[in-house]
Design a protein around this ligand. Structure first.
Ligand SMILES: [Fe+2]
Ligand SMILES: [Fe+2]
Length: 194
């Protein structure tokens, strides 16, 4: 694996300064959440830093990379190219940034779409992306505080927010995001019933 400095230099060249600053915010938030929830801080740091490593602005280049790496995209990803940088990012992190750790790679893979029964690191990266210091949407302070009190609750609320946003914009919602949210609600319900 390359040094963190090498990775930062390569990353800023790849995704540009604005998204790099966002990535540093996600990295720092992910490390704070990792400390709170007893997750490996180094893995959280690397996953946060690299989560958007394939967020290329040029969609033609994005699709070229998908074909370079023989990545199979489902219909929803083909129709909403914003979703592609998760799966592609996991591959780019592995091949071009030398990341071999499966937990880091799967946190990058699922950071946009989510899935049922996410690992702690996957949850942390998903939420850190939503609440990092550069985010300014209404209510973000509540989400920032809540993330440090109830990880699953915060994850569910961040998925609610994403889904509402997609509905408002008339965009497709990936089935895995719906499944991830249903899973979290069924967990909440079983905790209430216990
Ligand atoms: Fe992303
Ligand atoms: Fe991001």
């Amino acid at each position: 694996m390359k040094s963190i400095l090498d990775i930062k230099e390569k990353l800023i060249r790849t995704i540009g300064e604005k998204r790099f600053i966002h990535s540093i915010g996600v990295m720092e938030t992910a490390v704070d959440l990792a400390k709170k929830y007893g997750v490996d801080e180094d893995k959280a740091r690397m996953a946060g830093l690299l989560h958007d490593c394939a967020k290329y602005r040029d969609h033609l280049y994005l699709l070229k990379r998908v074909s370079d790496f023989d990545i199979i995209l489902d219909d929803m990803m083909l129709q909403n190219k914003e979703l592609i940088h998760g799966p592609l990012g996991a591959k780019v992190a592995e091949i071009e940034f030398g990341i071999k750790d499966k937990e880091i790679l799967s946190s990058i893979y699922y950071h946009t779409i989510g899935k049922e029964d996410m690992s702690l690191l996957e949850k942390i990266i998903y939420i850190a992306d939503f609440i990092e210091p550069g985010r300014t949407f209404q209510g973000v302070d509540f989400h920032r505080e809540y993330a440090f009190k109830h990880l699953d609750g915060a994850l569910r609320l961040s998925m609610d927010n994403t889904i509402k946003h997609l509905v408002d914009k008339g965009r497709l919602i990936h089935l895995n995001t719906i499944k991830a949210r249903n899973y979290l609600i069924s967990i909440e319900k079983s905790e209430l019933d216990a």
